[in-house]
Ligand binder design. Structure first.
Ligand code: FRU
Length: 524
């Protein structure tokens, strides 16, 4: 008879063979991201098990190794020394046991006794209706080398949801951490009536025996505006505060906010580890773009809190699916807490991806009427500091499909100003990033970005002494924008044509100054 471990290895080998057969074809795709994590082929969603183990960053992800659609979940695996270059490792988990028959769902990792432990949700469908007919339990797998994982013989370690106003089946995504002399884990959950999301707190002395402490947040609080289910919770301390990150499903739009199908945000507060209650402030978004979900964080050896999220959105168009893959991770971001808010900045190590850059400074960007906005861009290839630019302005060396831009605008007299990204001369494609001074909003418009969903996202943002600073990371089918040194992040997938590589700067209703512009090609 084959042992559970042999059965697991066989399932992993089959999955690897499926990926191997598809990976060459997928690598050819023009939308394939060059410096973001994605599976070598087929589907990924949430980041899982993000951890710093034996001097390297390990990142696992929800993975379906048999098609570019979501299916029974496996855990894919990559590692990195610098958070910029990632190496693919063998798939870590396959759903082979009865308690996880239909998927090894999301979870986290922790080091204990020199070993790397994964805690995850075993999912089983018990009928046709995937909202109601399911059973979720929590399980552990352990590795001596961070590559080969063995599931615990006495899984599941949490076999049922606790008593009380807790839905018995929607009970998933354990995030585990150590505090004092104990291990804690949070789980995503909802109330029995399925109207409010909530987070459950558990405690353990040894990682294997868990006791329920309390509903940590959500639930009976008046949180109906915060959705019906909180997925992928994460808890950590930052600068003297406790932080709860979670991904609420089903929040309704309020003004310009919460227009994504699902949201991801954080609450600051104080976790009482004895009572298990979390006194907290309001939910604030971690990213204002279109494609950011299920973020997970880890702490590294420098004491930094680093976050990665799934840069894709449930139930959205994923044009890459026809090319044999779907989904990607955001670039890693360092979180800091400043003036009562979490700031997120790209990890500094991403400079390791930079090729030779170009720089410009003190360029006046004048108002342009729509007719001549893009008319004569070629002539403006090398503007001098004194030249007044009419129309959308291009700069030599500032174009491509894989690059980083560092930009500072002085708003000057303009009513709005910004950049067009991934501009296509003949296709008319462009992704617009505009700062509107009256609204005090940064606006990301992908109505004409190419294939995939369109839409507009508006994020509140103040200028500082009339200045706007941006860092923009473009990859072949994505754009990530960081404004005012980490105050605001917007992440989006876009699917332009291969020729849409232009970048133009514009001002409307007056004149702005591009005080600084740096551009680097990026590649791994
Ligand atoms: C979040 C999520 C998790 C679940 C996983 C399944 O995106 O729905 O709650 O564990 O995806 O793939």
């Amino acid at each position: 008879m084959t042992s559970p471990q042999e059965k697991h290895f066989e399932a992993l080998e089959r999955a690897e063979a499926s990926i191997a057969e598809a990976r060459e074809r997928v690598a050819q795709d023009r939308w394939r991201l060059r410096y973001h994590v994605a599976a070598p082929a087929y589907w990924i969603n949430d980041p899982n098990g993000f951890s710093f183990y034996r001097g390297e960053y390990h990142l696992f992800y929800q993975h379906h190794p048999y098609s570019p659609e979501w299916g029974p979940m496996y855990w894919g695996h990559v590692k990195s020394r610098d958070l910029a270059h990632w190496e693919h490792l063998p798939i870590a988990l396959a759903p082979t046991e009865d308690y996880e028959r239909d998927g090894c769902f999301s979870g986290s990792a922790i080091e204990k006794d020199g070993k790397l432990w994964l805690m995850y949700t075993g999912n089983v469908w018990t009928g046709e209706n995937r909202d109601h007919d399911l059973k979720q339990v929590q399980a552990l797998a352990c590795s001596e080398d961070g590559i080969l994982f063995e599931k615990l013989a006495n899984n599941p370690v949490i076999a049922a949801a606790p008593e009380g106003d807790v839905h018995p089946f929607h009970f998933r995504d354990p995030k585990v951490w150590e505090h004092g002399n104990a291990y804690y884990c949070v789980l995503g959950s909802q109330t029995t009536d399925r109207r409010s999301g909530q987070v459950l707190l558990y405690r353990s002395s040894n990682l294997t025996d868990w006791s329920f402490v309390n509903i940590m947040a959500g639930g009976q609080e008046p949180t109906e505006t915060l959705g019906y289910m909180w997925e992928c919770p994460d808890v950590f301390a930052l600068n003297g505060h406790d932080v709860l990150v979670c991904s609420p499903q089903g929040m309704k739009p309020v003004g310009d906010l919460y227009h994504n199908l699902h949201q991801s945000g954080y609450m600051l507060g104080k976790l009482d580890y004895d009572t298990g209650r979390f006194e907290h402030g309001e939910l604030q978004l971690l990213d204002y773009g279109f494609d950011f979900y299920a973020p997970q964080t880890t702490e590294d050896d420098q004491g930094r809190r680093i976050m990665i999220a799934w840069m894709t959105m449930w139930e959205d168009k994923m044009p890459e699916q026809v090319r044999g893959w779907a989904g990607a991770m955001t670039i890693p971001r360092v979180l800091t807490l400043e003036n009562g808010r979490i700031l997120s900045r790209p990890v500094p190590e991403l400079v390791n991806l930079r090729g030779e850059g170009v720089s410009y400074e003190q360029i006046r960007i004048a108002d342009a009427s729509p007719e001549n906005a893009y008319a004569e861009s070629e002539e403006y290839a090398m503007p001098s500091a004194s030249s007044v630019i009419r129309g959308g302005q291009e700069f030599a060396g500032v174009n491509g499909d894989c690059l980083e831009l560092e930009v500072e605008f002085d708003a000057g007299s303009a009513a709005s100003f910004g950049l067009s990204l991934r501009v296509g001369e003949t296709s008319g494609e462009e992704t617009l990033l505009t700062y509107d001074r009256e609204q005090q909003k940064l606006i990301l418009d992908r109505e004409r970005s190419g294939a995939g969903s369109g839409g507009i996202r508006k994020a509140p943002l103040a200028l500082r002494e009339d200045r706007l600073r941006l860092r923009i990371f473009i990859d072949r089918s994505s754009v990530e924008i960081f404004a005012q040194d980490g105050e605001l992040a917007m992440s989006a997938r876009i699917y332009p044509g291969v020729d849409s590589t232009g970048i133009r700067f514009f001002a409307e209703g007056g004149e702005s100054v591009l005080t600084a512009l740096h551009c680097w090609p990026l590649d791994r």
